[in-house]
Ligand binder design. Structure first.
Ligand SMILES: Nc1ncnc2c1ncn2[C@@H]1O[C@H](COP(=O)(O)OP(=O)(O)OP(=O)(O)O)[C@@H](O)[C@H]1O
Ligand SMILES: Nc1nc2c(c(=O)[nH]1)N=C(CO)CN2
Length: 188
């Protein structure tokens, strides 16, 4: 017998206020334009300042070779943040984009153009989403060493629904372009 989804199971994103479950989310932060470390630090502070968001842990800062970016693009500084949140996934995305805007993010047609700040939702609990604004898990996270290496530092049991454990995924990737910056630290 094939299983069909239970039509009576609640969609947790439609619950109100205190009814919503706490979910752990993984957020990737990156900058390769302007005062990179200030932008990354500012993004983490802004996440920590968000109602219904608790920052659980923040990775080291990594200097990373740009992936898929125009020739001549500067290296990124990347970090990963684990948060607990009761926000809906779309409200969380709104907040990530508002933080990008606050740090001067310009949205151009050029794919992966240098940016002051990128704040991407990698996973939100086991939530799977696919609409015109949001895809969860992030569709390219499983192939990005600049996401998986900092994430693994925070959670050795991290998992991308449908893709596998971070520790296994990272084995198949070239991590040479992801270097820890011992001299930099994000404060919460
Ligand atoms: N999981 C997600 N996290 C952040 N943005 C997402 C996600 N899924 C879909 N989006 C959508 O992607 C759009 C483009 O985002 P953005 O400009 O940050 O892409 P990018 O960082 O240049 O590239 P990439 O998507 O490969 O990381 C956003 O407007 C947003 O609506
Ligand atoms: N090293 C690195 N490369 C990227 C990054 C990033 O944060 N770091 N973000 C991208 C689009 O989100 C595209 N390429």
């Amino acid at each position: 017998m094939t299983e069909t989804p239970n039509p009576h199971a609640p969609d947790t994103d439609t619950m109100t206020g205190g009814m919503r479950p706490i979910r752990q989310a993984v957020v990737s932060v990156g900058s390769n334009l302007g005062e990179r470390i200030n932008n990354v630090q500012g993004a983490v502070a802004a996440l920590a300042d968000t109602p219904e968001v608790t920052v659980v842990s923040v990775s080291s800062v990594y200097e990373t070779v740009p992936v898929g970016a125009p020739p001549g693009s500067r290296d990124f500084l990347n970090a990963v943040v684990l948060i607990d949140t009761t926000l809906t996934v779309h409200t969380l995305l709104d907040r990530c984009q508002a933080i990008e805007d606050a740090f001067g993010r310009e949205r151009t047609e050029d794919q992966n153009a240098p940016r002051t700040l990128d704040v991407d939702l990698i996973v939100v609990g086991s939530r799977v989403a696919s609409d015109d604004r949001l895809t969860l898990p992030h569709p390219r996270a499983h192939e990005r060493a600049f996401v998986l290496v900092p994430w693994m530092e925070l959670d050795l049991e991290g998992e991308i629904p449908g893709k596998g454990f971070v520790a296994d995924l990272v084995q198949g990737l070239d991590t040479a372009g992801v270097k820890r910056r011992e001299d930099l630290e994000i404060l919460v």
